[in-house]
Design a protein around this ligand. Sequence first.
Ligand SMILES: O=P(O)(O)OC[C@H]1O[C@](O)(CO)[C@@H](O)[C@@H]1O
Length: 557
Amino acid sequence: MREAKDSRSSDYTGVSEGSAPESASPAHRPAWHDLEHHALRLKHARIVDRFIDQPGRFEALSLEVNGLLADFSRQAIDTFALDALEQLASQSHLNEGIRALRDGARVNFTEGRAALHMALRGSCPAPAADMASVKQTEQRMRRFAERVRSGAHCGCTGRPVRHIVNLGIGGSDLGPRLVHAALKPTHSDAPQVRFVANIDPHDLNTALDGVAPEKTLFIVSSKSFSTSETLANAEAAKRWLQAELGADADLTPHFVAVSNAVEAARTFGIDPEHVFALPEWVGGRFSLWSAIGLPLLIGLGEAQFDALREGGRAMDTHFLTAPLHANLPVRMALLGLWNIDFLDIETLVALPYAHALRFFPAWLQQLEMESNGKHCLRDGTASAVHTAPLILGSTGSIGQHSFHQLFYQGTRRVALDFVAVAPDADPRRRSLFENALAQAAALAQGRDLASARKALEARGLPKEEIERLAPHLVCPGNQPSTTLLLPRLDAFQLGQLLALYEHKTFVQGWIWGINSFDQYGVELGKEMARSLAAQDDTIHDPATVGLLAAAKRMAGD
Ligand SMILES: O=P(O)(O)OC[C@H]1O[C@](O)(CO)[C@@H](O)[C@@H]1O
């Protein structure tokens, strides 16, 4: 493996050494103006007409990486605009950015840290001492997971642990929760894994329903070991065990922690041998591949976890080596940016057509919105253009019967990412797949007034009734979408999919000129919650004061 270069020792500014300082805003780059020009042409052009203008459009606009096919032919783009987007990437020194990420430069320039999640997948080097400790932790973790899986790890009464409850939130929850749901076999002898994130007691209470305390292990998963929701749940779990097993019961075998705050975990009562640390250079929303994956090692086993990483590594190799014009994460990032900043399509709808991927939209929301939902640029100025998309979504075909209506006949344009899986012999999976294809086609095609009239004529309605109803049947269509088609839903392909979006997020953040790896906004909300808890009335705005008083009245205080 290559050794990390010296760039690691400096904060990454995005300015090549010796070159004149450049504005961090992409809007100052020549390609931006070309793109504005192209957007005037393409904003209202019909996507379906592009297939007529460009025979072979599907082939020209799809990319396949290790079996994962991405079809961009239903994006509102042509070759001129695509070229200009690639120029924007070059003018933004994207290749330099990708190298900076790979070589461990401090791309997280506000916190002075590298973002080396790829190193966890073996795709790039990291400081040798850090990697030695990552490897050592991983060995301990694997041994521990194997002991739990085999029934050798017992609770305080000597019964083998069979229930695992992961207590974590954000990146310490969403990634493992998504992967576990996606890959868990329907029938398995492995310990059962449940995930609890919310401080609302309902979440923990539901997870503990039907669970035997003497056979339960809690994983307190918190990189910082200071997140209030997770700590409150850990304390509640402790109280539950004490109530069930006796105040004097030795709870040590019932708790492990995934955290780099080893001392704080020890103070909570966790044996340091059972604290699995993750390096500082892995951000929460990129941490699935680290010790945060412990519930996966226990619930799914080593082979699955390794195959997931292998998939991530395969996507990394593609990302690090493919030229910009044939680079899948880059293509995806550029088209996302095109929709947001040039076509004014600010919403991205994530639609996995696989029930196993039901947590994908929530995972993606944190990844993209926490990473790139920012306005402050590298040089401290405010972004003049929109950054991260607003992401919503759910599994197909469920959304078709609730929110898709707005995409068909509402007043806004949205961009959609369909994630479909090539169907097997089960006719229900074929139907699900056909639904995905039909939605993408119908949302692009729409239905004009003439077709609406025809549909009503076919029903044999009188002329006046047809005229009255026809406008209500019109669907403007022209909603751009990308379809990602997985050959199968296995650990390798899932790893590829998740790494694809990680890299897309980095590329967009790089071009927008923001730091994708901090989250100071979230901190403000946390501070406010802390001051409420401390009952510091002086800093509360009148609405908060009013609501606090109303809640007190309702509680009968
Ligand atoms: O793992 P921790 O430190 O408990 O943090 C959980 C989550 O909280 C955040 O810091 C802010 O929501 C996320 O970035 C992170 O994934």
